[in-house]
Design a protein around this ligand. Structure first.
Ligand code: NAI
Length: 466
């Protein structure tokens, strides 16, 4: 995939626009800018070659330049075919940072780009991974297994898997032994999201994790902010940009009431929708009730709802049978990481009419149509611009701290999944308070004795749930 300039972007002339928006984003990303100041001239990431697979947005561009300022070399791809902001990719490419991403890339290109981020021009490979959803990690993992036993690449179960398998086969043919070498060079991975973290814990359980991993998602300043308050802003933004439909008064159902579901339900409620929720977990179901949302089964409401949003990180949540009984022009979208929450593959034989990029009408044999956003891929990055900068600063400050930790102290970790210590989580939050004009109260010595915490923190026990 690498072109002679070692990047693959849509249009380099968008770089100026991207740069202006990056400069605006920097003002809204105090955590990342504080790390640039703190480590000025110190280059803690010197020698790190980071393969990054994370939505190539304006906010990610600010993350990338932070990593570079701290001494890293990076190569970047997006972790979703629809999530790249082409002006952000152009601004990064213009600074001669290799980036392989454009909005609407094909699945074939997606896996070629995933391969390209591991190859340095001098023949070296990456020694760190910064992942979102786990595809970059999985690419090395599966490739290594396929090198030992080609039969692990069986019959592909989807179009996506077909291209993944093809890319792995081509790589093995072109450079035998490459996967084992590339995997062996990795010192650690930091993982951004719930779904990627789930994959890492499964790998660790099977004893397949070949390097230490930091679960960035479960920093409080990530999942309780980005997943929740981010989606609270970006879900309705995406539905509006995609459909221009009047939100107030509509009935909406959110599948899953975890962090993303909570933010999504709130987003819809703020827009005036009448919102209900589906859950499998009694605790989250009870939370939904207490927050004022009806907890329902999808089958019971599917014929009446105007908007269905999946936020479970699970698969087959909205089935083709559900969609068969939907209202005409009901809106269907997913804000979870992968598109398998909605059975989109099963809709391929029906009549599709493209309205504009990432908006399709799908007509059922029964006669009704649904409005499907981003072909079931995460709607806030497909139809809108993802979360705002401020909340991504909080997530990405954790990412940078995780990369520094793994790069400088990786040998002190086992091949397991770790969470950043609470004092760093509190530090990330503290870096974002001044921008909001917030003033913390300081404990008196008597008070800190009384509640049993140090006056400078950590302020909560590990078991505290926020
Ligand atoms: P979570 O684990 O907090 O919440 C998921 C919820 O779905 C859980 O409460 C679970 O009980 C419920 N659930 C599972 N199967 C279900 C089913 N069949 N029906 C109804 N509910 C079900 O996870 P979180 O952090 O909310 O993430 C959800 C997804 O969103 C993940 O794929 C994650 O990677 C992704 N994500 C997307 C973001 C975006 O910007 N679009 C941002 C952050 C995360």
């Amino acid at each position: 995939a690498a072109s002679k300039n070692d990047n693959y972007v849509k249009d380099i002339s968008l770089a100026k626009w991207g740069r202006i928006e990056m400069e605006m984003a920097e003002i809204e990303m105090p955590g990342l800018m504080a790390l640039r100041d703190e480590y000025k001239g110190k280059k803690p990431l010197a020698g790190a070659r980071i393969a990054g697979s994370l939505h190539m947005t304006i906010q990610t561009a600010v993350l990338i330049e932070t990593l570079v300022e701290l001494g890293a070399e990076v190569r970047w791809a997006s972790c979703n075919i629809f999530s790249t902001q082409d002006h952000a990719a152009a601004a990064i490419a213009e600074r001669k940072i290799p980036v392989f991403a454009y909005k609407g890339e094909t699945l074939k290109e997606y896996w070629e780009f995933a391969d390209a981020i591991f190859h340095w021009p001098n023949g070296e490979t990456a020694n760190m991974i910064l992942d979102d959803g786990g595809d970059a990690t999985m690419y090395l993992q599966l490739g290594t297994r396929a090198e030992e036993d080609p039969s692990v690449l069986g019959e592909p179960k989807s179009e996506e898997e077909k291209f993944l398998f093809d890319t792995i086969r081509r790589r093995i043919k072109a450079s035998p032994g490459w996967f084992a070498k590339a995997k062996g060079a990795i010192r650690g991975v930091s993982e951004e999201t719930t779904t990627g973290v789930m994959r890492l814990y499964q790998m660790a359980k099977r004893g397949e994790l070949a390097f230490p991993a930091i679960n960035v998602n479960d920093s409080v300043t990530k999942s309780k902010f980005d997943n929740r308050y981010g989606c609270r802003e970006s879900l309705v933004d995406a539905i509006r940009r995609g459909t221009d439909v009047m939100m107030a008064g509509k009935t909406a159902v959110v599948c899953g009431y975890g962090d993303v579901g909570k933010g999504s339900a709130e987003s819809l409620a703020q827009a005036g929708c009448r919102v209900s929720v589906t859950e499998i977990d009694p605790i989250c179901a009870l939370q939904a009730c207490m927050d004022g949302f009806a907890v329902v089964r999808l089958e019971d409401v599917i014929g009446e709802v105007d908007i269905v949003v999946t936020a479970t990180g699970n698969k087959d949540v909205v089935t083709v049978d559900h969609m068969r009984s939907m209202k005409n022009m009901a809106i269907v979208c997913n804000i979870g990481h992968f598109d398998n929450e909605i059975q989109v593959e099963a809709l391929r034989n029906f009549q599709w009419t493209n309205v504009k990029p990432q908006v399709d009408l799908v007509e059922f044999p029964e006669g009704h149509k649904i409005i499907l956003l981003s072909e079931g891929r995460l709607v806030n990055l497909g139809n809108a611009n993802g979360h705002p900068s401020f909340v991504m600063s909080s997530s990405f400050t954790n990412q940078v701290l995780a990369q520094i930790e793994l790069w400088t102290k990786g040998d002190q970790y086992k091949n397991d999944v770790y969470i950043l210590p609470k004092h760093l989580d509190e530090k990330v939050a503290a870096l974002h308070l001044p921008k909001l004009g917030a003033k913390l109260t300081e404990l008196t010595p008597e008070q800190s004795d009384y509640i049993g915490v140090e006056s400078k923190g950590p302020f909560k026990a590990e078991h505290y749930r926020y």
